[in-house]
Ligand binder design. Structure first.
Ligand SMILES: Nc1nc2c(ncn2[C@@H]2O[C@H](COP(=O)(O)OP(=O)(O)OP(=O)(O)O)[C@@H](O)[C@H]2O)c(=O)[nH]1
Ligand SMILES: [Mg+2]
Length: 269
């Protein structure tokens, strides 16, 4: 199996939300220790699964709740090793905590795919309204998160967890997605025509050329005469359009600006 066929997923969240229970259910075993008391998992535990000809590696982590309990070194190590982070939240909470927002925005910032799972869904009485409420709470706090990447499950009661695995496969393929240079440049021309950047001291900002310069996460570089003068809001606009146009709303992308180069020189490299 090629390295790119392996999907590495790190499970993070507060203590006692069911991270280890969910991994046990995914691998169909009782291998990982679970308990009604928080603080059960102390170290990173690795387990694997082959599903639909794909190999998954799951990393279980110790629960985190407050800054001081935040074992940055261990958690950063686990998240760095993965391409996808699953943030597990207890369905019975009524608001997001700072730590949830921090973990989710950190995941996106470092270019990892994110899936948010509300677990213990069996304990929720009014499922329809709670689902709507939770989706709203998450997307308000984290506008970068797509509603479709929020799942509601019961690690204890559900019998199938295919949605999680399917989502992970989709995210992984998007992280490795490559867009052709010609379609990128066609898109850039149109986007700039629709909404041109404002002038800098009377001088026009020109975008000469765009190329995809990396994957995992997809990274794009736009060559411009004023790469350092592009406003944050204009960058956001381009990022958003790029994601929508090339169907990459589910993953973080990086957009960079560099000084103009001759595109033919760039190709020769
Ligand atoms: N009702 C209900 N209980 C659950 C569910 N998933 C897990 N639990 C219970 O929640 C408790 C904690 O589960 P764990 O899997 O140990 O949680 P964890 O997130 O790994 O906890 P730490 O290792 O302490 O961070 C256990 O008693 C589980 O049986 C669920 O979907 N519904
Ligand atoms: Mg655990």
């Amino acid at each position: 199996m090629l390295k790119n066929d392996i999907i590495k997923i790190c499970f993070i969240g507060n203590p006692n939300v069911g991270k280890s229970t969910l991994i046990n259910r995914l691998i169909n075993s009782n291998d990982l220790k679970t308990s009604k008391d928080p603080g059960t998992t102390k170290n990173i535990e690795e387990r694997s699964l082959v599903w639909n000809k794909k190999k998954f590696i799951f990393l279980d982590t110790a629960g985190v709740y407050k800054k001081k309990n935040f074992n940055f070194t261990l958690l950063t190590k686990a998240t760095r090793l993965s391409q996808i982070i699953i943030l597990i939240i207890d369905s019975t909470i009524d608001r997001l905590e700072k730590i949830h927002k921090r973990l989710a925005s950190h995941t996106i910032k470092v270019g990892k795919g994110l899936i948010i799972i509300f677990n213990k869904w069996d304990l929720v009485i009014n499922k329809k309204s709670t689902k709507k409420k939770m989706e709203k709470i998450v997307t308000n706090a984290l506008p970068q998160v797509d509603k479709n990447r929020i799942l509601f499950i019961s690690a204890l009661r559900d019998t199938k967890f295919n949605d999680i695995l399917k989502d992970a496969i989709k995210i992984k393929s998007l992280l490795l997605h490559k867009v052709s240079t010609s379609s990128l440049n066609k898109w850039l021309k149109n986007a700039v025509k629709l909404n041109p950047p404002i002038k800098i001291k009377g001088k026009e900002i020109k975008f000469k050329y765009i190329a995809q310069t990396n994957t995992n996460p997809p990274t794009f570089t736009i060559f411009s005469n004023y790469p350092k003068k592009i406003s944050f809001s204009y960058k956001r606009f381009l990022e958003k359009q790029l994601k929508i146009n090339f169907r990459m709303v589910d993953v973080p992308i990086f957009l960079k600006f560099a000084a103009t180069k001759n595109p033919y020189q760039l190709k020769k490299k």
